[in-house]
Design a protein. Structure first.
Length: 277
């Protein structure tokens, strides 16, 4: 990962509303590598068939079915309520700059599907009753699968953008010019920001641009019992995002003309970085 950015939700929402007044860009489906309802049902059925036929579960097989098959330029971290804004931002960046973004919410429903499928197959005793120990085994393995895959995907990305809801406005949020304090109830947002601090600093290979323009695109590819009456438990996490530049607005990224013809996506990505600097 090469660059990290942090933008507050209200700023992003304002910029996107000003840029896309006529809702041309979808906030429901990515323009690339998107998951439709039929895709989801197909993936679910594939996982069900695999689980029923195998007692030993290959975690790479399960993760391979739900994580993107491309190497993302940007990893966009956000709360589930803000998936629409993240998708719209990703679609605009793709349309203007050919930038591919990984949207973490695109895998959450699949993870929930996998947990339910595994619990139904291995943990269920009777209708509404599950074996506590087996269910814990399923949950811990789901956590391990997802957290390790998120780590790899963040490491594979060139840049990281965190959309912050700023649910606690009275907290002293910026403690240093490049350190932001993050408060969240999502363990995954917490992990993503912690991982982004720990990951090795590296960028995508810019020599791909020369190779691609020379017609050598192939060489330029990246290797790559009932408790219904009880309320749902809620946990709060606090973390610091280190070496992250706070973005006040992305208006320049949205409004600045850019001709992407005969340009490599990494050139578009570097242009975006320059506008955010």
């Amino acid at each position: 990962m090469h660059k990290k950015f942090h933008i507050e939700l209200d700023s992003l929402k304002r910029d996107l509303e000003n840029f896309d007044r006529y809702n041309i860009f979808s906030s429901e489906r990515l323009a690339y590598g998107s998951i439709t309802i039929s895709d989801r049902e197909s993936v679910k059925q594939s996982i069900i068939n695999y689980v029923k036929e195998n007692e030993d579960i290959d975690t790479e097989k399960l993760i391979g079915d739900i994580f993107p098959k491309f190497t993302p330029h940007l990893f966009i971290s956000h709360k589930s309520q803000d998936a629409g804004l993240a998708i719209k931002l990703a679609n605009i960046l793709f349309e203007k700059y050919d930038i591919l973004s990984f949207i973490d919410s695109q895998v959450w429903h699949h993870i929930n599907d996998i947990q339910k499928i595994l619990d139904e197959e291995f943990s269920k005793k009777s209708e509404g009753l599950y074996d506590y120990r087996k269910s814990n085994i399923v949950s811990s393995n789901i956590f391990a699968m997802l957290s390790s895959s998120l780590y790899r995907t963040i490491d594979d990305s060139d840049g990281f953008i965190f959309i912050d809801r700023a649910t606690k406005p009275n907290t002293a949020r910026i403690t240093h010019s490049t350190i932001s304090q993050i408060n969240t109830e999502s363990p995954w947002i917490y992990l993503e920001n912690i991982y982004s601090n720990l990951i090795r600093k590296k960028s995508h290979n810019r020599s791909q641009i020369i190779l691609a323009k020379a017609g050598l695109e192939k060489l330029a590819e990246d290797v790559s019992v009932s408790t219904e009456s009880r309320k749902e438990p809620k946990f709060t996490y606090t973390a610091e995002s280190v070496d992250s530049r706070t973005i006040q607005t992305i208006a320049k990224v949205l409004d600045t003309p850019y001709d992407k013809r005969e340009k490599h996506p990494l050139e578009g990505l570097d242009f975006v970085y320059s506008l955010l600097s």
